[in-house]
Every structure is written in C-alpha cells, then in structure tokens.
Design a protein around this ligand. Structure first.
Ligand SMILES: [Zn+2]
Length: 232
C-alpha cells in the first residue's frame, strides 16, 4: 500500500495499465494549469472579508449564528443573474435555488426539498420565480436540443414550446420567441409551485408566502413583474 509517495492521482497500488496517453512521469503537477482568474479567488475572498470587517467588526460572527431569509428565489443558473447584487439584498436574506431555465418541477427532489425547507422551516414571506431574456435554456428548447443531461432536463420546456407553438410561431425574431418562452415558463413554474404539497400545506396553515414571477431583462438590468395565473 503506497508508501510515503502516494499521490491522489494514483489509483490503487499502481495497477492501472497504460492504455491511454499521458501516462507516466507526469507527477502531481500535471493537472495544474496557470489560471490567473482562478488564482485570484482566494485573495479576493480575503479582501472581501477585510472590507466587511472594516464596515462591521462583528459581521461574520452575527452572520454565522443563523440565517433568517425571508425570500425564496428560484432563478436560472445563468452567470449573469447576480441575485444579491441586483436586488440589493445581503447574505442571510435570500434562500436560493437555481437550475437551467429556472424550472420548479414536482418530481425534482432537489427543488422540492428546497421548497419544503423554505416554507415549512424558514417560513419565507415571498417566493420568486425569475427567468430572464436571452436564456440559453429557452434557446436550446426552441432549437429542439436532444441528448445528454441537458436535453433531458429541457424536455418539459420543449413540451411547453410545443403547446405554445402557434403563439411562438407568430413572433418574428428568434430572440423575441426565446424571451416569450421565458415568460410563459415563469408562469408555468409559478403554477407548479401553487400545486405543490409544501405550498398547499402552507396555504392550509394560513402561512402561505406570496408568489411572484419575474423576468430579468439582461440588456437593461431591469426586472419586470409578470402577470401570474389565478392564485389559490
Ligand atoms: Zn437562463
């Protein structure tokens, strides 16, 4: 077993045969690439900590004690949707769930656990589903993307596009069609939450949060509130 020179990259006792390229003699440094953006992250983190402490010496001690978020935010994974920045909220205020094209399925255990926890334990006062313009998810769904995990994940969005085929076909312009699908998607996901057991339970207990549907316009940074399906 190993000896003092065991490295993480080595599998077992060296029984891996040389069936693929790059074998032998590369050592543990072979996976490291020079990436200044990544290498700056921990220094950035220390700088951020320094700034916070300058502003409030007890900031992290208070933050670490507990979280009391009042908003559940369900957004797209898109890197341009910067939740706390765009809303002016601070750590501890927003409980966040994100996935490609901000979907809120009843059969997604990840999302259902987030929703249940947010409603039953955190008792958030508001739930927001936020889509955005120029969403790669809606673009891929409209293009009928197949295959892989992404293709599977987008299946409900492709079905939604098919259900709205006529309306979408009447819209001139790919981007406008994508953006319209993003709007319809937000409305559908809010409706999914309305039907979900955690929301129904909260409603029965007189503790239901307010639901909201938003579209973030990436080109302006502004958020627009959507008309929602009939509540209750
Ligand atoms: Zn997106």
């Amino acid at each position: 077993m190993g000896g003092p020179g065991v490295r993480l990259e080595r599998v077992g006792g060296g029984a891996v045969s040389s069936t693929s390229g790059g074998v032998g003699g590369e050592g543990s440094g072979s996976r490291r690439r020079h990436d200044p953006a990544f290498e700056a992250l921990l220094a950035n983190n220390r700088e951020w900590v320094r700034e916070q402490l300058e502003y409030d010496p007890h900031y992290f001690r208070k933050l670490a004690e507990k979280q009391k978020p009042w908003l559940l935010f369900i957004g797209c994974s898109d890197s341009r949707m910067n939740v706390n920045h765009m809303l002016g909220t601070r750590p501890g205020e927003v409980f966040i769930h994100r996935n490609i094209a901000n979907q809120a399925f009843s059969d997604d255990p990840n999302f259902q656990a987030v929703l249940e926890f947010a409603l039953q334990h955190l008792h958030v006062r508001h739930v927001v589903v936020a889509g955005h313009t120029r969403c790669g998810g809606t673009r891929a769904a409209l293009a009928g993307m197949e295959g892989g995990a992404v293709g599977a994940w987008l299946t409900p969005l492709k079905e939604l596009a098919a259900r709205h085929r006529e309306e979408l076909a009447a819209i001139p312009g790919d981007l406008e069609r994508q953006n319209r699908l993003a709007e319809v998607n937000v409305q559908v996901q809010v409706a999914n939450i309305l039907q979900s057991p955690p929301y129904r339970g909260a409603l029965g207990a007189g503790d239901a949060p307010e639901l909201h549907g938003w579209i973030l316009d990436l080109a302006s940074g502004l958020i627009r509130e959507m008309e929602l399906p009939e509540m209750g």
